[in-house]
Structure formats: C-alpha cells, structure tokens
Design a protein around this ligand. Structure first.
Ligand code: ZN
Length: 447
C-alpha cells in the first residue's frame, strides 16, 4: 500500500511530498534528500508505536521525498513518516479522502511535539486537512479549521481515520500536584482498577475488613483529580442505621465528584434499595462506588482465613444485594491480600488511563460508563464474534439488556486500553468475568 503525505522541510522552508510504500521484505529505505539520521527512524518510531500497541512493520518500508533534491529533512517529518507507515501497514483504517499534511516531531512515547518554525507559506492546493502540534496550530493555522492541533498519535489516528478532531489542548492533562499512596495489589487487581479508572465504571468492592477497599475508592477519586475529569469532592456518607437516608443531599454534595457507599452490607435493606434509582440517574453527573464485606464476619471466600458464618448466614447476607442493585455496578471486585502483590507504578498507570480516556472523549464525548442508548451502540464497534458471544452469554445466564450493556461498556474500555478500534471477543469474555453474575454472589432472586 502506498500513501502520499504532505509535510514541510524546515531547512528549505518548502513543502515536501513524502511517498511511503510498505511492501514484502525487511528493510527501511529512504530515497532523496539523503540524511544519515534517517537510519534512526525505524527504531524511534517503533518505540513510539509500541505505546499504542502498534509496531514498525516487519516489511520493507520505502520513503521517497519529492522533490528529491534540496536540503535534508529532519525530525520535523516524523509525524508524516509515522502516519504513512501506520496507514501503509494497515494498522490504521483507511484515511479520510483528500490530500493531507502532517508536520511535527514524535517522541518515544508517541507524543507529537513542535519544532521551531519561523514561517509557513500557504499550504499546497491539494492539501485538504492535516495535523500539527498544538503550538504550530496556534501560531500558523489558528484560522484554518481543517488543520487541527494534536498532542499524540492516538489523536492523529482519530482524526486521520475517523475525522474526529482532538480536544483543545489541556482538557485532560496529567499534573504533578497530587501524590499517590503506595498501593500493593495483585496483577489481576491492578488490571481491574485500571479498567475501572479508564472507563469510570461504577465498582463494587467486596472483601474482608482492612484490605483497603476505602483506599481504593479514594485512589479512584485522586485519579479523577489528577486527570481533571471530575474535580468535585469525595463524599462518604456515614452508613445509615435506618431506611431514612438523605440520598438527594449526598448526590448534591458529591456532584462532579465521587460518592462512596461504604459497608453497604450493613445498611438496612430498604436503604440499599432506595439508592438504586438515584444512582442510575446520577451516572452522568458524578462517579459512585460501593464496598462491603462478603459476609457478617468478612472472610467468606478468603484464601487463608476461615469464615465463621454458616452458609445460610452468608447467603442471607449476600441476598441483600439484589441483581437489579448489583446491576448498578459494572465491575465487582474481590479485594483480598494475595501472594503476587506489587506496588502500582503510578506514572505508567496514569498514562494508560489517560490515553484510554482520551480515546473515549474523542469518540463519544463522554466516558464509556456514561454511554447510553444510540450513542452506546454507535460507539461500541463490536466485532461480530464479540457481538455473538455477548448475546450467547445473555441467553445462557438469562441476563437482561442492562447486563449486556454493562458488559459491552467494560469491554469497550478494555479495547481502549489496548488502543484498539474494535472490541474483540476476548474483551467481552474479560468483561463478563468482572460482571456480578460471575462473582459467586449467592443472590439469584430477580424480583
Ligand atoms: Zn463470614
């Protein structure tokens, strides 16, 4: 596949057309405008691609700059070459029609960064759209809506393939102000936390006392603070003793923040049920999560410590969580201390969450947990096997439509974390594992 990409040679202040061919074979060949630095390109771009699960193809890549004579080009054509290679190797979908312009450096993390430019002549006539670093957009293309400012390769893909313009710079930004606690979690648990944080999926944490359920909830709130998703407060109501609870007040207080319902198993049954509808309503306005012991003593299902409750008591306790109530949560996580615990590496964790969130915002304008109705189905991009598998699961388990939607939303986030456009069957299977119906909760009583 051969793609033409317009770019710009800084040394000559002139536009250059880069023709990129990806064909069987194994080498990288750079033709015209000889530049010894061109040998670095495959390694450098490969590193950048890996951050998004793409790669430099194991094929012969030929890049031809025209006109071929003139000064050599440098890192200012990184983005043009990257786009040509990703399109040519079919790792991206087909580009939008029309000639396009790509200009900017790409660092090893896949960020698109500006290079100093003194002037830009008028764009060639055949250029219909393009991507440049934010700084270049502001300085030279502020009046041109077809040239967008981008901060990383994911945003470039969204624009090149789907025509989705990136958010203005600084909408989602990692700051350095918040410091995160040392949190030791098993690799499964880290993964689950990443999914919950990335899609902002309501989560219900079950586990014995002292395993850090509250800490996890607080960390999720800190992540929102850090990524400036929801700057509102962390609200943790005192577990009520009667069914008269101030739901509206809590929702009001937690608006734009995180409402955390702790020790929910100890709440009066009427109070638990009274939360159901308000929580459903509030998902567009705040984030909520809950935590509970799995049984009165707290150790049911624990690998090492014995639960002293009779099975009838465990059942009675867990039956307090009705399926419609559990359905308010996209992920049920069992938190206990396990063997393979490791500290969460926050900078990398946050980077992955941020990228996954950016994909969601660029695609649908909201987080996956908030997808509803038409927007949900239009942004899911389920591969046919994935769609068949989720329906088969629904039939087998007798699940309602809400359960299907919840599993699909989580699967969408799993695909976003991998930088994939299409939700695959394995994402559905993983999402089903997080659903309450896979958690061995004894409740079976659909009202
Ligand atoms: Zn127990």
């Amino acid at each position: 596949m051969i793609h033409d990409v317009w770019t710009y040679c800084l040394a000559d202040s002139e536009f250059v057309q880069l023709q990129v061919a990806v064909q069987p074979g194994y080498s990288f060949q750079w033709s015209g405008r000889k530049d010894p630095r061109s040998r670095e390109w495959p390694q450098r771009l490969h590193a950048a691609f890996r951050n998004y699960t793409w790669k430099w193809p194991g094929k012969r890549v030929t890049a031809l700059a025209s006109p071929p004579e003139g000064s050599s080009v440098g890192q200012e054509v990184d983005l043009a070459l990257a786009v040509g290679v990703l399109l040519g190797s079919n790792q991206w979908g087909a580009p939008r029609p029309g000639g396009f312009f790509m200009f900017g450096r790409v660092d090893l993390r896949g960020a698109v960064i500006p290079v100093p430019v003194r002037q830009f002549p008028a764009l060639p006539d055949s250029v219909e759209w393009g991507c440049v670093p934010h700084k270049i957009k502001e300085d030279f293309f502020a009046e041109n809506p077809r040239i967008v400012g981008v901060s990383n390769l994911l945003e470039v893909e969204s624009f090149v393939v789907h025509g989705l313009p990136p958010l203005s710079q600084g909408h989602i930004k990692v700051q350095n102000a918040v410091s995160f606690p040392v949190l030791r979690l098993s690799s499964d648990m880290q993964r689950m936390l990443e999914v919950v944080a990335a899609g902002r999926h309501p989560a219900f944490w079950m586990g014995p006392p002292g395993t850090g359920k509250t800490r996890i909830a607080r960390v999720l709130w800190q992540i929102d603070q850090q990524l400036q998703a929801l700057p509102g407060p962390f609200v943790e109501p005192i577990p009520p003793r009667s069914s008269r609870i101030g739901i509206e007040r809590w929702l009001q207080d937690a608006r734009g923040g995180h409402l955390f319902l702790d020790e929910i198993g100890e709440w009066p049954l009427k109070a638990i049920e009274a939360m159901r509808k308000p929580l459903e309503r509030s998902i567009q306005e705040l984030y909520y999560s809950a935590a509970s012991n799995p049984c009165p003593c707290g150790f049911s299902g624990h690998a090492k410590r014995a639960c002293h409750c009779s099975s009838a008591r465990v059942e009675a306790y867990q039956r307090r969580f009705s399926p419609p109530w559990l359905e308010r949560f996209h992920v049920i996580g069992h938190v206990h201390s396990e063997e393979d615990e490791q500290s969460v590496i926050w900078p990398e964790f946050l980077q992955r969450v941020r990228w996954a969130r950016e994909r969601q915002i660029n695609r649908a304008g909201c987080f996956n947990a908030q997808l509803e109705d038409e927007l949900l189905w239009s942004s899911l991009c389920l591969q046919s096997r994935a769609a068949a598998d989720v329906r088969a699961w629904q039939q087998r388990q007798g699940m309602g439509e809400r359960a299907v939607q919840s599993v699909c939303k989580v699967a969408r986030t799993l695909a976003d974390l991998e930088g994939l456009q299409w939700v695959q069957a394995r994402h559905i299977h993983q999402a089903v594992q997080y659903h309450w119906s896979s958690q061995g909760i004894t409740s079976r009583s659909y009202p």
